[in-house]
Design a protein around this ligand. Sequence first.
Ligand SMILES: Cc1cc2nc3c(=O)[nH]c(=O)nc-3n(C[C@H](O)[C@H](O)[C@H](O)COP(=O)(O)OP(=O)(O)OC[C@H]3O[C@@H](n4cnc5c(N)ncnc54)[C@H](O)[C@@H]3O)c2cc1C
Length: 282
Amino acid sequence: MKDILSFFAKRYIAGEAREDAVRVAEELNAHGILATIDNLGENVEDEAGAENGVEEYLHLLEEINKAGVNSGVSLKLTHLGLDISPELARDNVERIIKKAHALNNFVRFDMEGSAYTQATIDIFLGLRERYQNIGIAIQTCLRRSERDVALLIQRGASVRLVKGAYKEPPDVAFESKRDVDENYSRLMKELLLRGNRPALATHDERLIDEAMDFTGLHGIPKDSFEFQMLLGIKRKLQKRLVEEGYTVRVYVPYGPEWLAYVLRRFGERKENVWFFIKNIFG
Ligand SMILES: Cc1cc2nc3c(=O)[nH]c(=O)nc-3n(C[C@H](O)[C@H](O)[C@H](O)COP(=O)(O)OP(=O)(O)OC[C@H]3O[C@@H](n4cnc5c(N)ncnc54)[C@H](O)[C@@H]3O)c2cc1C
């Protein structure tokens, strides 16, 4: 089982060391694709674990700068201590944002399960008053996201729009894929019309086509938003979008703590589950 998962990990993550991630970002840049690098890790249980996360991001930002790659960073607040206290997570992420600011770089807050949504938005908005080099992800599976997007647009914050990767209860999230996709389409259009450099993070070609049609129709410039995808998914589409003049950024995860991330990617695709069953029982 571990072998099958590490087979999948190779597709979805850059490697275990930050040098692997920077090298992958360089390769993407060579194809005209930008990157955002994520050091894998979540739900750390003690201050020492959170401190390790901070140190790794500080080194990563230096490494990105030294290599001259065009890449921001993405992070999760539970990797920086949110389960211990919101104050710890806020102070820790601020250290990373300050460093990124000094190096002219950008920090994107990933969005985790719904238990963390409010705290993540509160910390983000508090820091956004002082730092412009930050953005946040919002999930269209959540019923609350329409309000969150409206507030973030009002504050001039950059939103990365995603469908959502966490299993959520029906009182907070839409149950059908159709509702999640319709909400994506609605919020995407809001962000394209009124948002600050929105990032449309999806591999859904129907939504990507819709974004291209919508921006064409409304005269929204191609350089005022970006498409984002995950490493290892829809590489040909990434290339085609770049050729057509769109900005494409790929999320590049790395680190030894890859299991939770790879399991989320694994479960998103029926073919992966069939492959798994065939190899276990075949
Ligand atoms: C840049 C980026 C950042 C993200 N950040 C967050 C975040 O902060 N918080 C969060 O909850 N989620 C995040 N996600 C994940 C997101 O919420 C979805 O779980 C994921 O993108 C799959 O949804 P989809 O929009 O691609 O649409 P889907 O309808 O799930 O997929 C559309 C098509 O894409 C392909 N595809 C999708 N997933 C896979 C896969 N794993 N392997 C192979 N092919 C696949 C398939 O062809 C599928 O038919 C992020 C996604 C991206 C691209």
